[in-house]
Each structure stands twice: as structure tokens, then as C-alpha cells.
Ligand binder design. Structure first.
Ligand SMILES: [Zn+2]
Length: 415
């Protein structure tokens, strides 16, 4: 048997253990915030030990370990980096769940629990892909790195950003792949960017009967929102290399994330996530704070968005703004050999046509793309991602493992 046939037969042989690994991983809660991922990371370490694979932990914060493992093949070749996150979205109100968010229950063809889709199935698949390739490293060229991070959900400062800044010799390669939920019919070659802002308005305030004495901060914020709404739907010139992909992926995005998703892939969107202000009906509110999430298409930069928001703010006395997060849009060449390897193997295992798409959401891939490393995502369907009763289809988890292990095999056997 060829090495890739041997790998596929080992996956078939180990299926129960592969499913059990994901169930145990989901059972180790790692909601971020607050972001204590030690228990979840120890499940990964234990799995790597079963394969006799050494790994090391690197910390920017004690309770947020990042894990790096790597090996070199038998001959020179490209360096591929596999990246996943072990932190997950918070479970929210547990009353909305049919069972504990951390049940890790294996039932009806699914593994249930918070983070099963985003992205413990993907991370588990990458850990196992790395492990099976490690067993066949003598048949490979180049170098393979597994880089797992504990801080993706809140921006990546203690995860990807830290690893790239402090340990670049370990995690900077020639190509980057993650397994974020893209859907089995789609390979993400890029993503929109986002600017998260906290906008405040302060006024003198006073009694609600004396509306002549001071502007009302809540009323002003309403007017300011009307101005910001004008940014929603603004189109920007798509970079030439992306234009055909955007045209072709609209219908696919509609199918993956619901009708209308394809229409917002290349426009600005404005979402108000939280608003607070005032204290009671008869008070002229002296303060109002609004948190806004502005998403921008490829080709645009945060500087353009921030300049537009500043223009709006300048019209309102007492208005100020704090930048919470900036994630620039990023994209890579859709003709890169890795896209071919991922598509070819994904089509083989999922029995579907697989197309390159742009993602509406942001991922750690942007950190690698920003320093010029081509980055791609392929993972499970995002259906229940971040929702109560999150659950990943086991058949998708296994297909994603097989796709990643063989795509990496193909990439590292090219030389
Ligand atoms: Zn994720």
C-alpha cells in the first residue's frame, strides 16, 4: 500500500478513538472569555503523547497555553503550518441548551457541545492529521508544524499574534492552513475585515422636564447612528484577482450562511452590538455608549472606515471613540497549489463540488496572510456555530481529517 492508502486505512481502523478524542476535547470547557484553556490543551497533549509526539507549550498568559509541535521530512521542501484554536465561544445562557454545553455527547451521528463546530472538530482533525503524517515522515519532504492557540475568540493577542511575534522561527512557514468552519463545499481563500469601536457621547444632562437646558446623549447617539447607517452597504472596488471568485461564490455563500450572505461579501456592514446610557425616563441622559462592529470588504482598509467614522463624530459635540479591535481584510492566491490539494481531496471525501470562497467572518489566517504567507481554511459546516445546541456531524469531522491529512501529504510530497 502507498503511504496515503496506509494513512486512510489507519483512520478507518482508529475511527472510534478519533471520535472519542473530539468528545473528550469538547468535554474540557474552554470558553473565551474568560479563556482558561489549560484543561482543553491537556487533552491535546495527551493525544499527541499517545502517538509519541513531543510538543511544547508557549505562554503569553499562564491560563492560555499555546502548543507547537513540528517535524522535518526526509528531504528539503516547503514548510506547512497547520493552525487551530482551542478556545471557544462562551456557552451563554445554559437554559437555552437541551443538554449541558460541555456534554461532548456522541449521539445520532453528531458530537454535541459548545465549540464542537468552532473549532474543536477542526482543531482535532489537524492534530490527528499531524500525528498520522508524523508516522509517515520518511515519505515526506519539507517541514510540518502544528500551531495551536488559546486566544482566537477575543482577537488573538495571546495566541497567533504572540506566536508570530515571539516565536516566528517556529510558526512562519511557506503555506498556512486552518480548519475553521468553512463548510465542506467551500475553501476560504480570504476574509472580510472588521473594526470594533466603542463610541461615547457625554453631555451636561439634567431633568427631563427641562429639555432646553442640555442636549440628551441618547438622542444624539440615535442621530449619530443614522449617520453611521449610511456606511452600511457601501461597495468598494474589489481587487482584480478576487473579482471572479466573489462573483462565483455569491450563490455558494447564500447556501452556506443563508440568503443574503452572498450580497454582503463585498460591501461594508454596520452592526450595533450593545448600547447603554441614561438612568430613567425623566432624566436628560448625560451619557450614552455604543459598541459597533463595522465589517469591510477586501480592498478596503481600516483607515478608510476610521476616517469616515471620525467625520461623523466631528458633527457631535461630546462624542469620542475608542478602538477595541482592528482586523484588516486579507486574501491569498486562489491558484496556489494548496487550494488544488484541498479541493481535490475535499471533493473526493465529501462527494461535492468544492469552490474557493471569501469568508464573512475573521480568523487567525489573517495574521499569516498579512506577512505574505498564503493561508486557506477548510472545515465543517457552520450551521450551529456559536448557537445553543452546537453539534458537529461526525461524518464531516472524519472527511475534514481525511482531506487535511491528504492535502498536506500532497503538498509535502511535491518536491
Ligand atoms: Zn473559530
Amino acid at each position: 500500500m502507498s503511504p496515503n492508502e496506509l494513512i486512510l486505512s489507519a483512520i478507518a481502523r482508529d475511527e472510534a478513538r478519533i471520535i472519542d478524542f473530539l468528545a473528550r476535547f469538547v468535554r474540557a470547557p474552554s470558553p473565551n472569555p474568560p479563556g482558561d484553556t489549560r484543561e482543553a490543551m491537556s487533552v491535546v497533549e495527551e493525544e499527541l503523547r499517545r502517538f509519541d509526539i513531543p510538543s511544547r507549550l508557549l505562554f503569553a498568559k499562564d491560563e492560555m497555553p499555546n502548543l507547537v509541535a513540528d517535524f522535518r521530512g526526509a528531504r528539503p521542501g516547503p514548510h506547512l503550518v497547520l493552525n487551530g484554536h482551542v478556545d471557544v465561544f462562551p456557552a451563554g445562557d445554559e437554559a437555552g441548551w437541551s443538554r449541558s454545553p460541555w456534554s461532548g455527547l456522541v449521539q445520532d451521528g453528531y458530537v454535541h457541545g459548545r465549540g464542537a463546530v468552532d473549532m474543536k472538530a477542526g482543531t482535532a482533525a489537524l492534530v490527528l492529521a499531524f500525528a498520522y503524517l508524523h508516522e509517515h515522515r520518511d515519505s515526506l519532504g519539507g517541514r510540518l508544524t502544528l500551531a495551536l492557540v488559546s486566544d482566537e475568540e477575543t482577537g488573538g493577542r495571546y495566541g497567533a499574534e504572540f506566536l508570530l511575534k515571539e516565536h516566528s522561527e517556529l510558526v512562519v512557514g511557506d503555506c498556512y492552513v486552518n480548519a475553521e468552519p468553512s463548510s465542506v463545499g467551500a475553501i476560504e481563500v480570504g476574509e472580510k475585515g472588521a473594526v470594533h469601536l466603542r463610541i461615547s457621547i457625554r453631555t451636561a444632562g439634567g431633568h427631563g422636564a427641562y429639555t432646553h437646558q442640555s442636549p440628551n446623549a441618547i438622542r444624539l447617539m440615535g442621530e449619530l447612528q443614522r449617520d453611521l447607517n449610511r456606511l452600511h452597504g457601501v461597495r468598494y472596488e474589489t481587487p482584480a484577482d478576487l473579482a471572479p471568485i466573489i462573483t462565483e461564490c455569491r450563490a455558494v455563500i447564500d447556501r452556506l450562511v443563508g440568503k443574503g450572505g452572498g450580497d454582503i461579501i463585498d460591501v461594508v456592514t454596520v452592526n450595533y452590538g450593545a448600547i447603554k446610557g441614561g438612568s430613567s425616563a425623566n432624566v436628560l441622559a448625560p451619557d450614552c455608549v455604543l459598541e459597533v462592529d463595522i465589517r469591510m470588504p477586501a480592498g478596503m482598509t481600516s483607515a478608510t472606515i476610521l476616517a469616515s467614522v471620525k467625520d461623523v463624530l466631528a458633527k457631535y459635540e461630546g462624542a469620542s471613540m475608542e478602538v477595541i479591535t482592528i482586523m484588516e481584510p486579507s486574501w491569498s492566491d486562489a491558484r496556489h497549489p494548496m487550494v488544488g490539494h484541498l479541493s481535490h481531496n475535499a471533493e473526493r471525501f465529501s462527494n461535492r463540488t468544492v469552490v474557493p470562497v471569501m469568508s464573512l467572518g475573521a480568523s487567525d489566517a489573517r495574521f499569516w496572510r498579512q506577512i505574505g504567507i498564503p493561508g486557506y481554511s477548510y472545515g465543517p459546516s457552520p450551521d450551529t456555530m456559536g448557537a445553543p445546541d452546537e453539534a458537529v456531524k461526525i461524518s464531516e469531522y472524519l472527511d475534514i481529517l481525511k482531506t487535511h491529512v491528504l492535502a498536506a501529504f500532497d503538498y509535502l510530497s511535491e518536491t
